[in-house]
Design a protein around this ligand. Structure first.
Ligand code: PGA
Length: 257
């Protein structure tokens, strides 16, 4: 099992932008990327509507597009859902699964394993599975226990991962959108634990590539801290991904040193 070949910087726009603003932010980021000497991958996660246009027309090899969510089902009578098949046809390369906001506001926990199964068994897309503890779990020293349970549940329908590229996003819930930060040293410990848990779960069927990225109030003033170790394979950025200049400065300067 290898670490990700290149770090990945992910911009999670959530439901923050209207259609036109999404296209214009993508344009700014895309032109800022094109001029640089590229040592990492950049992935943008707009909402579904601009995603269709941005992903299908993307000509910039230095930017990937992905979805913030996917249906657990294949094509069929599932009102309101967006299928994996359509996302793949539109050129999406990655899908975020189990973001804490979806777990919290949309009671997503129970269907995460179905989404992971759908992506891994039926496509070549890379799932980015979000895990993380809340503040009281952290204070009571339960971080690793909580994350282990989230990983076991998410992969409960998967027998092996050989040949797969998998990304886990470690996002402490108390650090998302709050300006509060974990130290890089602490993140590295959790990232190593996540890899150990996956290695134990899939002993003989390990993924081809496994990356663990960090997310939670990453911004221009703290992103450099997270470059210290290849155990941090990249960043998942919410608020600071909405400002083209900030996001580009982070994206163009985050690589393994
Ligand atoms: P934040 O969001 O960077 O605004 O904390 C991160 C996320 O929710 O993925």
């Amino acid at each position: 099992m290898k670490n990700l070949a290149r770090p990945i910087i992910i911009g999670n726009w959530k439901m923050n932008l209207d259609y036109k603003s999404s296209l214009s932010l993508a344009k700014k980021i895309s032109s800022g990327r094109a001029q640089k000497n590229i040592k990492n991958d950049v992935l943008l996660l707009p909402d579904f509507l601009p995603l269709a246009e941005l992903s299908s027309k993307n000509k910039n090899k230095n930017i990937f597009y992905g979805a913030q969510d996917v249906s657990p089902f294949s094509f069929g009578p599932y009102t309101g859902e967006v299928s994996l098949e359509n996302l793949e046809k539109l050129g999406c390369k990655y899908i975020l699964v189990g973001h804490s906001e979806r777990r919290q506001y949309l009671s997503e926990d129970k269907i995460i394993s179905l989404k992971m199964e759908n992506i891994i068994k039926n496509s070549k897309l890379v799932p980015i599975l979000c895990v993380g503890e809340n503040l009281s779990q952290r204070k009571s020293g339960q971080t690793v226990v909580v994350i282990k349970k989230q990983l076991q549940e998410a992969f409960s329908k998967i027998k092996g991962l050989s040949g797969q590229k998998i990304i886990i996003a470690y996002e402490p819930i108390w650090a998302i959108g709050t300006g509060k930060n974990i130290s890089a040293e602490e993140a590295i410990i959790v990232h190593k634990k996540i890899k150990e848990i996956i290695m134990t779960m899939f002993k003989n069927n390990l993924p081809r590539e496994l990356g663990v990225v960090y997310g939670g109030s990453v911004n221009l003033s703290n992103f450099q801290d997270f470059k210290k170790s290849e155990d941090i394979s990249g960043l998942l950025i919410g608020g600071s991904s909405l400002k083209a200049n900030d996001f580009l400065k982070i994206a163009n300067n985050f690589f393994y040193v």
